[in-house]
Design a protein around this ligand. Structure first.
Ligand code: DON
Length: 316
């Protein structure tokens, strides 16, 4: 395998002619202002190295990638009881779909579609004021990335609060089924702030590293979750992390991954590295278009697909 820096440099130069492809999310007005011609990538390896390229130091809106970290907090708080509130099956539908919720009596399919993430946020909120829950999440993200410069963009949170009609519908619908224990306004206040976290590829790759290293952050020595829990979170990312594009992402990339409408994707190569990629243009199912292509190239050039077998470094 060529060294990782030349691999990421190669991916960046191969993608440079395509910068700007895809469509920036515009249903959150503040996100529509982002320059689409940006691309960054960062790889944090379990042995402590960091490889970056392009706009890896530019902050972007974490959006749905936050769902992985809030799930981690919820599991820490109530353990397996999370699964009484939310399922573990791919949805096969859009991230903000409401149709399945009625059939399934207000229990969302998985923690990564919006409805499931809202239920998870409700779990994290228990016993707290919304501000305290947001503070707990922000401290967790700073601890994981080992970087206190990470902040929440209040403008993005407000923008979504003013236009998030579908999320209010999902939350109220679940409250009607008894699967939301706090007022929708409180839960969504936390949810919109968690999604509005500003983070760079470098910070995100570092924050996700515990998932690649059996639950332990090798940079800080912190034990974040058990090895079993890290494995299970990875399994959910692989099967549900890209909504209705999850099957295609597994087919093309073969790594657990979680996307956000800010254009970011966090991918995990277990035992090897955590990878963050960001490019704001999205494909039809709301996942970063060039980010997915970049990860497909990375998986092919490193042999890191979880389906490739141990020690395999096949390149095609
Ligand atoms: O709730 C929303 O619609 C956004 N805050 C997050 C959606 C999202 O990132 C979907 N990911 N691709």
């Amino acid at each position: 395998m060529a060294d990782l820096q030349s691999i990421v440099d190669g991916i960046y130069s191969d993608l440079t002619p395509r910068l700007g492809e895809g469509k920036v999310a515009d249903y959150i007005p503040e996100l529509a202002k982002v320059d689409p011609k940006q691309f960054g990538m960062a790889i944090a390896t379990v042995d402590g190295q960091l490889f970056t390229v392009g706009d890896a130091a530019t902050p972007f809106s974490i959006q749905s990638i936050s769902k992985v970290f809030m799930l981690t907090l919820a599991l820490g708080k109530v353990g397996e009881a999370v699964w009484n509130r939310v399922g573990r099956e791919p949805s096969g539908s859009a991230f903000n779909s409401i149709v399945q919720l009625e059939h399934e009596h207000g229990i969302p399919r998985n923690p990564f579609i919006n409805a499931g993430a809202i239920a998870v946020t409700d779990i994290v909120l228990a016993g707290y004021q919304p501000k305290e829950a947001i503070g707990e999440y922000l401290r967790f993200m700073r601890m994981l990335a080992d970087d206190d410069a990470i902040t929440i963009d209040g403008k993005v949170a407000r923008s979504e609060n003013e236009t998030g009609y579908r999320n209010f519908a999902l939350a109220n619908f679940m409250r009607g089924f008894g699967n939301l224990h706090h007022p929708a306004e409180h839960v969504l206040g936390v949810y919109f702030h968690q999604c509005a976290l500003s983070i760079t590829c470098t910070q995100l790759a570092r924050a996700g590293l515990f998932l690649a290293a059996e639950g332990k952050n090798p940079l800080t020595g912190h034990s974040v979750v058990s090895a079993k829990r890290a494995r299970r979170i990875n399994a959910l990312m692989l099967t549900c992390g890209h909504y209705d594009g999850s099957g295609d992402f597994a087919f093309r990339v073969g790594l657990p991954g979680k996307s956000g409408v800010g254009g970011g994707i966090l991918a995990v190569a277990p035992g090897k590295a955590s990878i963050a990629v960001w490019s704001p243009g999205l494909n039809k199912v709301g996942n970063s278009l060039l980010g997915s292509v970049a990860l497909e190239m990375l998986a092919a050039r490193t042999g890191w697909s979880v389906f490739a077998g141990h020690g395999s470094e096949s390149r095609a």
